[in-house]
Design a protein around this ligand. Structure first.
Ligand code: AMP
Length: 540
């Protein structure tokens, strides 16, 4: 209709353009591998992203192509986020902590022709490159030319130094304009059946998500904030901080590989961080470090925690230090924030203890997403804070299907099953109570219980095995394996643990193996993990 509001495509490039024009001096500070801090600003990031977009075109990357990254949080990784998506290609972040077979699977499934990798991840590239000989053409090592030296990969794969590429790059004159429903990023999450599954974000979903994050009842970044995303950029786009921070003009403090408590404390204090985000394991480690005389937090005001439940007692410890812990829930499939804790008017009248109980729940839904707890017949569970249901969500930044998995399609209006079980209280606060997906989450990383079980079953003496998550003070959850042995076998629990060596990354090996006489089975013959959790979960 004539005279209607302007229609502008919601493009990720508009975020960095805005930051470069209105917050040109907004800082990005990155901890390099050697521990030094590199400083840059949004003006420079935008200029370099345009150069990189020019280089990508020179390397043969076309709109729609997937470009891989195998990197920690840094200014260069931020440049890549904007360069790749800004030119219309798809930034495919690959988790370097996965098993090499899964990394290779992702690179192949996404058909990446170009991978950008931190120098320290080059050995991973060496391992996966031979199998990718048909598709992989360029590897760009994210560092100075001198830092990299000569590195050779098999066949037709050429190796470049990031800064050398930057030196010779011709910047694109302006960011192209295209449909906001274009794919911008691809992130793989651990699959219950073993293989990682891809979640494909769009420009529209990403921009709306970043705007939502800065709402007053969410993390609400301001130009004066200084934010440390302690969540890696290969995990759900570092929960959107590389977009929400420049959108507001807030500074980004990037820890790189240095996520140990002393380094985190140093970065937070040295750079006057006001906001930080990460999984509870990071905040528990930092708390223990402070308690053991490691120092004080001098500027931090708010922590966004998600990925696993935040212990109530730890929340109280941070509160006593004057730091608010904001609890959020979501998953890779929801970009990730679906619920976030913020008080409602009724919360204000609560005493300290029930207020803390409420804050320790997973929060209430943010505008743009809706959530429901479904009963077995799919009816919605009442919001009584007691009736458990399978949590499902839908919204502007919720996946409609996994990438190249048509069977998983729920459509634009459908409810996406989260695999989490929870209750919703009369005020709309969600509390997670269990998980239906067979996954164990340790320090923010997923361990597939099925993968753990398959290895055990591969042992000639094992008849049947089940892996479950048991609560762990440091890591949130750790795998426990319960195995039934063939008659007459004298296999010891420790021998079975040793059998995992070199088959999975060391952090996926079960901490404890229990040899049992039998496993509980349900009517359809399936192992009853709920029953196993009941028996073993607190028995550590
Ligand atoms: P990811 O896709 O790796 O981000 O993992 C998402 C999953 O982590 C969710 O489906 C939950 O099982 C778990 N999770 C995320 N946030 C929380 C939270 N605040 N409390 C408990 N579990 C959580």
């Amino acid at each position: 209709m004539h005279g209607l509001m302007q229609h502008r495509e919601l493009l990720i490039s508009s975020i960095i353009e805005h930051a470069a024009r209105h917050h040109p001096a907004g800082e990005i500070i990155s901890r390099r591998d050697d521990g030094s801090l590199a400083r840059t600003d949004y003006r420079s990031i935008e200029q370099r992203a345009r150069k990189l977009a020019g280089s990508l075109a020179g390397l043969g990357v076309r709109p729609g192509d997937r470009v891989g990254t195998l990197a920690m949080n840094s200014d260069r990784h931020v440049e890549l986020y904007y360069a790749i998506s800004g030119m219309g290609a798809v930034c495919t972040t690959i988790n370097p902590r996965l098993a090499v077979a899964d990394i290779g699977y992702i690179a192949d499934h996404a058909q990446v022709q170009v991978i950008f990798a931190d120098p320290s991840f080059l050995p991973i590239i060496d391992d996966i490159a031979p199998a990718l000989a048909g598709t992989l053409r360029h590897v760009i090592v994210m560092g100075e030319t001198a830092e990299i030296g000569a590195h050779h990969l098999p066949g037709s794969v050429s190796v470049h130094a990031y800064e050398a590429l930057m030196d010779t790059a011709r910047p694109i004159a302006a960011w192209p304009v295209f449909d906001e429903r274009t794919a911008s990023a691809l992130c793989y999450t651990s699959g219950t059946t073993g293989r990682p599954k891809g979640v494909l974000y769009s420009h529209r979903s990403t921009v709306l998500f970043a705007m939502m994050m800065n709402n007053a009842d969410v993390i609400a970044l301001r130009a004066t904030d200084r934010v440390m995303p302690g969540v890696p950029m290969f995990h759900v786009n570092a929960w959107g901080f590389p977009f929400a921070a420049p959108l507001a003009g807030a500074a980004l403090l990037m820890p790189g590989r240095h996520l140990d408590p002393a380094s985190v404390l140093d970065l937070l204090n040295r750079e006057s961080a006001s906001v930080a985000a990460g999984v509870p394991t990071i905040w528990l480690g930092l708390h223990n470090h402070l308690r053991d005389g490691g120092g004080e937090l001098t500027s931090l005001q708010r922590i966004l925690s998600g990925g696993a439940a935040f212990p109530r007692a730890l929340m109280a410890e941070y509160q006593a230090r004057g730091i608010a812990v904001c609890h959020a829930w979501g998953m890779t499939e929801s970009s990730p924030v679906a619920t976030y804790y913020a008080p409602k008017p009724a919360s204000l009248a609560l005493d300290a203890a029930p207020k803390l109980d409420q804050a320790a729940k997973q929060g209430r839904v943010v505008f743009g997403v809706d959530v429901r707890a479904a009963l077995d017949d799919d009816a919605e569970a009442p919001w009584d804070g007691a009736t458990q249901g399978n949590l499902m969500f839908r919204g502007h930044w919720v996946a409609s299907a996994y990438y190249r998995m048509p069977d998983s399609d729920v459509g634009d209006e459908g409810w996406f099953p989260t695999g989490d079980v929870g209750v919703i209280d009369p005020d709309g606060y969600v509390m997670l109570t269990d998980r239906t997906k067979d996954l164990i989450k340790s320090g923010g990383e997923w361990i597939s219980s099925i993968a753990i079980e398959n290895i055990a079953i591969g042992h000639p003496d094992v008849l049947e095995a089940a892996a479950i998550a048991v609560p762990d003070a440091k890591w949130g959850e750790r795998p426990l394996l319960i195995a039934v042995l063939r008659a007459g076998s004298a296999l010891a629990a420790d021998d079975l643990r040793a059998f995992y060596r070199d088959k999975v990354p060391s952090w996926s090996v079960p901490d404890r193996v229990v040899i049992a006489d039998s496993l509980p089975h349900g009517a359809t013959g399936k192992i009853l993990k709920t029953e196993l959790r009941r028996i073993y979960a607190s028995d550590t």
